[in-house]
Design a protein around this ligand. Structure first.
Ligand SMILES: [Ca+2]
Ligand SMILES: [Ca+2]
Ligand SMILES: [Ca+2]
Length: 330
């Protein structure tokens, strides 16, 4: 929730400072001893996300007539953290892409930035990673905030009670994530291509609420019935990545399609040596060519919204060799 934060900052600082909390469990807010918050200017960051695809959620999940969140554009999600954000709405998601694979190095591997205006006005998001753009593994989240009283739309949270949820730290301070905490066979932590943030629906109501990895209800500011509802995504800073988008390791990854399954715009990422002399074909399963185009850049979008749902084969020829990938259209 973006637009109302400056007002609240002016009105309620004393209230925020006087709040008392239960005992600390996890690292505290930015600037405090033991905090793991990473400032956007830190030299630890070697890159930022280069593309993003959003799937908005409603302003308020139990009042669909209000419509979806609408604040911001995906351009706000690209590049260095700058408090220029895009709002996800209740349960909305944003998938972020990178020029190179994210890999699991020592300590944290990337950080997610939100735009919280104070150390305690925090909106939370689950963080998930994928190697193939289809299967995602979620970081094991912990929320120890009380389940007894709803944190309202302008309520506050204590960072020491939150772990592995984006939004733990305020504006310009990224929440770090360490890929070594992903224990899943469906993801290769040394070739991550997508990081997805999923807004936590903070309602305590049964049927609406979100749970942490240990089954606790996550109490997050709710409801937020505004165009700027939900997690306000700012940026993802990369700490560890591969030296290159490794297209030689696996021929099947010589080019990447995302999102896949797809509806609307299909993005095609190719390595630099594909830039010249290439032809992209989309064929149905009988081999009939449905769409034919030439790529003019290493990261290009084509409109497939006019194609029927189903399974297709995408082939890319660089003049010498042809690579194939399966594409699902919804
Ligand atoms: Ca790591
Ligand atoms: Ca939320
Ligand atoms: Ca931004």
């Amino acid at each position: 929730m973006q637009l109302f934060k400056p007002l609240i900052w002016v009105l309620f600082p004393c209230f925020l400072l006087s709040w008392s909390f239960t005992s600390a469990q996890f690292p505290p807010s930015a600037g405090q001893q033991g905090s793991t918050a990473l400032h956007a200017d830190s030299s630890i960051f070697v890159a930022w996300s280069t593309n993003a695809v959003i799937s908005r959620g409603p302003q308020q999940i139990d009042m669909p007539a209000l419509g979806d969140a609408s604040y911001g554009t995906t351009a706000a999600a690209i590049g260095k953290a700058d408090i220029n954000v895009i709002s996800l709405g209740d349960g909305g998601t944003i998938s972020c892409y990178f020029d190179k694979y994210l890999i699991n190095g020592p300590g944290p591997d990337f950080a997610v930035f939100e735009n919280g205006f104070s150390e305690q006005f925090l909106e939370l998001g689950f963080v998930e990673v994928s190697s193939d753009g289809i299967q995602f593994a979620r970081f094991p989240s912990v929320s120890l905030t009380t389940e007894a009283v709803q944190v309202g739309g302008f309520g506050i949270l204590e960072a020491t009670l939150i772990h592995n949820l984006a939004g733990k730290y305020h504006a310009f301070y990224g929440t770090p994530f360490d890929l070594s905490e992903i224990q899943s066979e469906i993801v290769n932590v040394d070739s991550i291509t997508v990081v997805r943030v999923v807004d936590v629906v903070g309602s305590l109501q049964a049927g609406l609420c979100s749970f942490d990895a240990e089954g606790r209800i996550i109490n997050d500011p709710w409801p937020t019935p505004f165009p700027s509802s939900g997690f306000d995504f700012d940026a993802i800073g990369v700490i560890h990545n591969a030296d290159f988008l490794d297209v030689s390791k696996q021929l099947i990854n010589s080019f990447q399609l995302y999102p896949n399954p797809c509806k609307g715009l299909l993005y095609i990422v190719v390595s630099a040596n594909f830039q010249k002399s290439n032809q992209l074909l989309v064929s149905d399963l009988s081999g009939k060519v449905i769409l034919k185009t030439s790529l003019t850049s290493t990261n290009e979008a084509i409109d497939v919204s006019h194609l029927n749902a189903g399974t297709y084969v995408v082939s890319l020829n660089n003049g010498n060799q042809t690579w194939f990938q399966k594409l699902m259209l919804r």
